[in-house]
Design a protein around this ligand. Structure first.
Ligand SMILES: [Zn+2]
Ligand SMILES: [Zn+2]
Length: 429
């Protein structure tokens, strides 16, 4: 049937308008989705594939040179829960550098789920020394050592009012606390990955450069939070300005130096009512915790309205409190916004920000990189005495001889066989 015979002139005109409007709406919708804060696309064919999902599959996308990918490896509170780690944001730069900004308790599980070789995870910036911002350093330090990191960790963090309140003191104490771990791994594996190089900088620095390497500049500004020492970081790369606020209540330095950032992460705390009702906090503590030591939703919104970032990210809230925080933010800010949850991912370029979620199996872990760890070195004292060694039960060890013989043959380890010096060794058994 010909359309001319079915519809009048007027009807045809109307159909034309309707089709045009539908087309425009689809273009608008598509453009709205892709240029807003989430990836996406139309599934045009029921037998086809979704062209672009709201999902990032770790390890499957190369970064463009002038691009930064930020992964929320922790967005929660100090008290641990299975589904949400404490503060952590991994920045992956298009030049290959990766820097972890805060490594709060539980966050290494999320980082390892990205399947990144341990050798690429050696640089950590700490905004302040609350455990929810550096409590998983042990997991990176020892776990990365076991997983093949060939060299030391490098850590940047602020000084304090006294030496004992600074990052260098904290790391020295960390290494003291984990001395047994260090000695045993250094002897059996290799010592270098157990070392930590600390770069402590002045917490009162106002937008001074604390890192400048390979096209990445990191600046520090003071933050106001619980005591002297906390800072926020301004990161410059490929003509972009990215900000990681750490913990802070509203302060003049953030307003001045985070202005016009392409991407700004700042804490936004749950409402005092939430802390009273869901947390059982005394009302008096609740309104100070949320709104004096930290930043509430409406205050976060006011800050973002003032600095006008390309994209704002709110974090540091239990997921069930997010909607309340968002309502508060929207009272004072109507710009681009992500309410961060663990494993949220942003791709950032000068032309925009895309928000997605990283998806990987619970069993995912770091994969090997190209660099081999140095072998064990001489001169490190054996941390095990003869008293303990003489307690070895021979039949238990000899039971694995067949498996070890095969392994030795496969990898040509005959000269390194550790069994012949053992009093219990019975070859062939
Ligand atoms: Zn804190
Ligand atoms: Zn915190």
């Amino acid at each position: 049937m010909n359309i001319n015979t079915k519809y009048s002139e007027f009807q045809r005109f109307n159909i034309l308008i309707a089709v045009a409007a539908l087309f425009c709406a689809q273009v608008y919708l598509y453009a709205g989705i892709s240029s807003a804060h989430a990836a996406g696309g139309v599934v045009a064919d029921p037998a086809g594939v979704a062209p672009d999902r709201y999902v990032y599959y770790p390890g499957t996308e190369a970064l463009a040179k002038d691009e930064v990918r930020v992964v929320a490896c922790g967005t929660g509170m100090p008290d641990q829960r299975r589904g949400q780690a404490s503060a952590c944001f991994l920045f992956e730069f298009g030049n290959g550098e990766k820097i972890i900004f805060d490594i709060g308790t539980g966050s290494m599980r999320n980082i390892n789920s990205l399947m990144i070789p341990a050798e690429y995870l050696s640089k950590v910036f700490i905004s302040h020394l609350h455990t929810d911002h550096w409590g998983d350093l042990d997991a990176l330090w020892a776990g990365g050592w076991t997983a093949g990191r060939p060299g030391p960790l490098e850590i940047w963090g602020p000084s304090g009012q006294t030496k004992e309140m600074g990052t260098a003191y904290a790391i020295a104490g960390f290494l003291q606390a984990f001395n047994w771990d260090y000695q045993t791994r250094a002897y059996k594996i290799t010592p270098l990955p157990g070392q930590i190089t600390v770069h402590e900088f002045d917490y009162t620095a106002e937008n001074e450069v604390v890192y400048d390497d390979n096209g990445i500049v990191v600046r520090s500004i003071p933050a106001i939070h619980a005591g002297d020492g906390p800072v926020s970081f301004i990161i410059e790369y490929a003509g972009m300005k990215l900000v990681f606020g750490g913990d802070s209540s509203p302060n003049k330095w953030f307003i001045e130096h985070a202005k016009d950032a392409d991407f700004a992460i700042h804490e936004a705390f749950a409402t005092p009512e939430f802390f009273v009702k869901d947390y059982g906090q005394p009302a008096q503590l609740a309104w100070r915790a949320c709104c004096e030591f930290h930043t509430s939703g409406p205050s976060f919104g006011k800050i973002m309205s003032e600095i006008n970032p390309g994209h704002a990210v709110a974090y540091h809230t239990m997921e069930e409190a997010l909607s309340g925080v968002r309502d508060g933010i929207r009272e004072t800010y109507d710009g681009p916004l992500s309410m961060a949850v663990d494993m949220m991912v942003w791709n950032i370029t000068t032309s925009g920000v895309t928000e997605r979620m990283a998806v990987s199996p619970d069993r995912a872990s770091g994969v090997p990189g190209p660099t081999r760890q140095p072998p064990p070195v001489d001169g490190i004292p054996d941390p095990m005495s003869d008293f303990i060694k003489n307690g070895e039960w021979g039949p238990g060890f000899n039971a694995q001889n067949q498996m070890l013989d095969a392994h030795s043959e496969k990898y040509n380890l005959q000269e390194q066989d550790w069994r012949p010096e053992k009093p219990w060794y019975q070859p062939g058994n």
